[in-house]
Design a binder for this molecule. Structure first.
Ligand code: HEM
Length: 207
């Protein structure tokens, strides 16, 4: 009783949101300090690109955890940070793409990179699915799109699966990490499947 009153307090919610924002900003802060201290290793461009990709991927998974956490705990605070985490994921994904173009590709051979490195196609697909989600994340768009908003935002699931494929495709080591993320995504998909049924998983499915 005391706990439910405490976690429902506006100040607690504010502190929770602040902490979530701080945690979500941590990868960027680490990178900035790493760049300033010149401690990112022999290939800082590669390190920056990889760290940003990992942050985007982890935050996408964290975003998808919010609804199950709300249902299991009954606490609405999880939903209050969902949009922010999703936007952070998109922010990191955008920086990841820009870092790739700047540090790895040097803004040349854009087409060749898709054919030479197929994992890039998976990354691009995942990113393209995130774009409409970020663009329609405002309350106004939510109201305007109504039921379609929910349908559209199911794209987060194929996006995270394709991001995982992108991740595992170019991985050179640490299969354990890939398996861990794969299992986490599988659990999230299984939970959604249980709640919504198979049709409820498919973006734009009718009925
Ligand atoms: C046009 C879109 C994208 C491009 C061109 C791209 C490119 C890259 C490149 C070049 C790498 C490094 C590969 C290496 O180590 O040699 C990478 C790694 C990675 N990317 Fe992407 N990516 C894209 C989209 C995404 C998206 C949308 C996500 C996640 C939501 C993502 C997550 C990752 C992850 C997790 C890694 C591995 C990081 C690590 O090794 O720690 N990428 N990507």
């Amino acid at each position: 009783m005391l706990i439910s009153r405490w976690v429902g307090h506006p100040r607690f919610l504010l502190a929770f949101r602040f902490l979530a924002a701080l945690l979500a900003s941590a990868p960027l802060l680490f990178l900035i300090t790493g760049i300033a201290a010149q401690s990112l290793g022999p290939d800082p461009g590669q390190e920056v690109t990889e760290s940003l990709g990992l942050a985007a991927f982890q935050l996408l998974i964290a975003t998808l955890c919010m609804t199950p956490l709300k249902r299991w705990t009954g606490w609405g605070g999880w939903i209050r940070i969902r949009r922010m985490l999703g936007l952070f994921a998109f922010f990191y994904a955008t920086l990841h793409v820009l870092a790739f173009l700047q540090f790895i590709l040097g803004w040349t051979d854009l087409w060749a990179t898709f054919t030479k490195r197929p994992y890039i196609v998976a990354g691009a697909l995942s990113f393209l699915m995130l774009v409409p989600l970020a663009l329609t994340s405002t309350r106004g768009m939510m109201r305007r799109l109504g039921k379609n908003w929910m349908q559209l935002h199911k794209l987060a699931y194929p996006s995270v699966v394709v991001a995982w494929v992108h991740f595992i495709w170019q991985a050179r080591s640490d299969v354990g990490e890939m398996v861990f993320y794969g299992l986490a995504i599988l659990v999230l998909l299984a939970v959604r499947w249980k709640w919504a049924g198979s049709r409820g998983m498919i973006p734009f499915a009718r009925g």
